[in-house]
Write a protein that binds this ligand. Structure first.
Ligand code: GAP
Length: 548
């Protein structure tokens, strides 16, 4: 059995997120809704900051006149905001209607449903009875959980647990292929008291269905909540070309909600049923597409580093040939070592995919499938297209080279909620700092990049008298015009610092007796704990300068 876990670190992060109003369970007063999360006052500010950083760094602030290091040429960027519900044919041509599914198994005894590929376990033998004990717990907690489940299954007392013989290592119930999957008749489902209670795996489409119109009911009214924002961009490719001056190579960015009816949402907000994506579809010439793919992989990797994620907890993982989706000519994932995962395991933050001409062709011609290495129109038994495309010409005419082609697409697709979670986990620190009397005090601090921090500064009058509150309130108003900040006069200065450290506020400004004499204040830095004296009139400018 592997070493026991420090699950408590993740628990402490989740508890801080709730206690300080970053993230709440949706519909909590009704018992909560699995896979849905609300962002509280600090959380909404942090998430907006994250999305704003992405939009500014990738779209609005992009300098199309210069060639960024590593880019094959200069390029343009623009944006869109498309609807969540689109024409149902979109999902038929994109492949989501037929292919966007996971395999699930149900437990006949506990009535619980599991994602087949999320169940893992080990063979356990007790007095000649051998079964495959399973768990849906991931990470370092999985093995201790198996021991508890085996104890329950064999009906043992704690002191008999050592008599269970374990063989083999922890493996997926589904195996790496159908040939090495574990026979379901031998498997004990999580929470089951007998073996063989799991049903055969069944496909489960992850798209949420809805109906359009007051007279809804027929099959033609069926629509879907989008499972990705990307498709809206492909549908508007021609609109953007015809109405703006962008020319290939160019990218279109979009931030918005996506919905997936995940079978087993888990790990806090990591796998949710409603979440936000930040996606770019970048259109380029086919012969340059490989170079653009490399460029976007590196650029997106650097973005996470620039905003402060620890490089040692990040990895860029290129997919193997067998892992690639049928349309993909190359995909790399940017992954983060989340604390709920076992040592050496990583969770996806963003995928960067080289999608070739699959998407634009699908929406012109209809649903495509790969045959003998080529993408061809899928046909039904009568030889007719299985799902017809729009029939609109989505090719591009390059007026410099005088060539017509279907652009290739590079897609950096990031999740806003996963990024917020990664930045929260990475920023979470527990350390010890001297209090006002110089004694060590334990503190919890979120070392968030100032651009991501919900509040940039707190203005603290040392005492509620001697004119200090008035001076502090005036400074608060001046700073608030430039950035989010708060005024806090409650409790000792030490307690006020502690509150701001937990909220991730990078700077605290204290108005004290000396301020009243020489118009200087103390500027405290959350991470270095340095305290400088700066003129009160320069405070707003100093913070603005540091906020990069
Ligand atoms: N258009 C491509 C696409 O949607 P994806 O890998 O399925 O690709 C992109 O999703 C990103 O969206 C992921 O890297 C992840 O950050 C986020 N994401 C996907 N499913 C999610 C879920 N159930 N909960 C939270 N974020 C999710």
């Amino acid at each position: 059995m592997s070493k026991p876990v420090d699950q408590s670190r993740m628990d402490r992060i989740v508890s801080l997120a709730k206690r300080r109003g970053f993230i709440f369970q949706s519909s909590e007063i009704y018992g909560g809704l699995n896979g849905f999360w609300d962002y509280g006052p600090l959380g909404v500010a942090m998430k907006r900051n994250l999305k704003e950083c992405w939009w500014q760094d990738m779209v609005a602030g992009h300098d199309e006149l210069m060639t960024i290091n590593g880019a094959p040429s200069a390029y343009e960027m623009t944006g869109l905001d498309c609807t969540i519900i689109m024409h149902p044919q979109v999902w038929k041509c994109s492949g989501h209607f037929d292919l966007f599914h996971d395999w699930m198994v149900d437990c006949r005894e506990s009535k619980r449903r599991f994602r087949y590929d999320h169940l893992q376990g080990k063979w356990a033998t007790y007095r000649k009875s051998k079964v495959f004990i399973t768990t849906d717990v991931s990470g370092d907690d999985a093995e201790p959980d198996l021991v508890g489940k085996a104890q329950k299954f064999f009906k043992l007392r704690a002191k008999q647990v050592g008599e269970i013989e374990w063989s083999g290592s922890l493996v997926a119930l589904a195996g790496n292929s159908p040939d090495d999957s574990i026979p379901l008749g031998e498997a004990v489902a999580p929470d089951a008291s007998e073996k063989g209670t799991l049903t055969d795996p069944r496909e489960f489409n992850l798209m949420f269905e809805t109906r359009i119109g007051a007279l809804a009911g027929g099959k033609d009214d069926l629509a879907f909540l989008r499972p990705e924002t990307a498709q809206g961009i492909f549908l508007n490719f021609k609109n953007v070309l015809d109405t703006s001056r962008v020319r290939v190579p160019f990218g279109i960015g979009q931030i918005g909600k996506s919905f997936r009816n995940e079978i087993t949402p888990r790990n806090f907000t990591f796998r949710s049923r409603e979440f936000e994506q930040m996606e770019i579809e970048f259109f380029c010439r086919p012969d340059d597409s490989r170079a653009w793919y490399q460029f976007w992989r590196d650029r997106r990797w650097q973005w996470y580093l620039n905003l402060g994620l620890t490089e040692g907890r990040l990895q860029l993982r290129e997919h193997h040939e067998a892992e690639l989706a049928h349309y993909s000519r190359g995909t790399a994932d940017i992954e983060y070592a989340f604390p709920f995962l076992a040592d050496g395991e990583y969770g996806e933050l963003e995928g960067i995919a080289h999608r070739g001409d699959f998407d634009l062709r699908s929406h012109m011609e209809g649903k495509l499938v790969r045959e003998n290495g080529e993408l061809v129109l899928e046909t039904d038994s009568d030889g007719k297209p299985k799902y017809r495309g729009s029939g609109r010409d989505l090719s591009y005419f390059d007026d410099v080279s005088r060539e017509r082609f279907v652009p290739h697409v590079i897609e950096p697709s990031a999740g806003a909620d996963r990024a917020v979670l990664a930045f929260l986990c990475d920023a979470y620190h527990e350390d010890s700092v001297p209090d006002e009397k110089g004694n060590p005090r334990e503190r919890t601090v979120l070392k968030l990049h100032p651009r991501l921090a919900p509040l940039k500064a707190a203005i603290l009058p040392l005492v509620k008298k001697d004119g200090m509150p008035e001076v502090a309130a005036d400074l608060y108003r001046r700073i608030k015009k430039r950035m989010p900040c708060m005024y806090d006069a409650k409790g000792s200065v030490g307690r006020r610092y502690a509150r701001q450290d937990e909220a991730g506020t990078p700077w605290c400004i204290t108005i004290d007796g000396q301020t009243m004499k020489d118009q200087t204040v103390t500027l405290r830095d959350r991470d270095s704990l340095t305290q400088e004296r700066v003129p009160i009139d320069e405070c707003a400018a100093i913070l603005t300068e540091r906020l990069v």
